[in-house]
Design a protein around this ligand. Structure first.
Ligand SMILES: [Zn+2]
Ligand SMILES: [Zn+2]
Length: 140
């Protein structure tokens, strides 16, 4: 899935960020990944666009504005993902982390049974749900 530059500019304008070349590139890169990516993953795929520090600053500004969020900190690696349209930034879907290769995969929200207890429902919505196991590739 890819996103066009004018659409990126729209998204950035909506949250009050200026559209710079790097910002657009970081946004596109996050959009194109269907799984959470780390800062170093982004630096690698955006070598031609900007240095590490600039990419990091942009990532942080996206998180500040609710465009992206920290999806996982498995194995001490912070991985980010885009907050998709129609998703509240606190409504985090669960993630599956492979204990062998460390790949983090997004799971649909329906993977988790939510409780009817209002107190816990609120807690669960705000907590980070992470399943740890073997991914299909490592098991094969
Ligand atoms: Zn794996
Ligand atoms: Zn995710």
């Amino acid at each position: 899935m890819s996103i066009a530059v004018p659409e990126c500019k729209n998204i950035l304008r909506k949250v009050g960020l200026k559209s710079t070349m790097t910002r657009i590139a970081v946004l596109q890169a996050l959009w194109e990944h269907d799984k959470p990516v780390s800062h170093s993953d982004l630096v690698q795929s955006l070598q031609h666009v900007g240095d590490q520090a600039t990419i990091y600053r942009n990532l942080i500004s996206f998180v500040d504005k609710g465009l992206a969020r920290v999806a996982s900190t498995a194995a001490g690696i912070v991985r980010y993902e885009l907050v998709r349209e129609g998703e509240e930034s606190h409504e985090v879907h669960p993630h599956f982390v492979c204990q062998t290769c460390g790949v983090v995969t997004c799971l649909p929200k329906s993977t988790v049974t939510t409780t009817v207890d209002p107190v816990w429902r609120e807690r669960l919505h705000k907590s980070k749900l992470q399943f740890v196991g073997l991914c299909t590739q490592c098991e094969a």
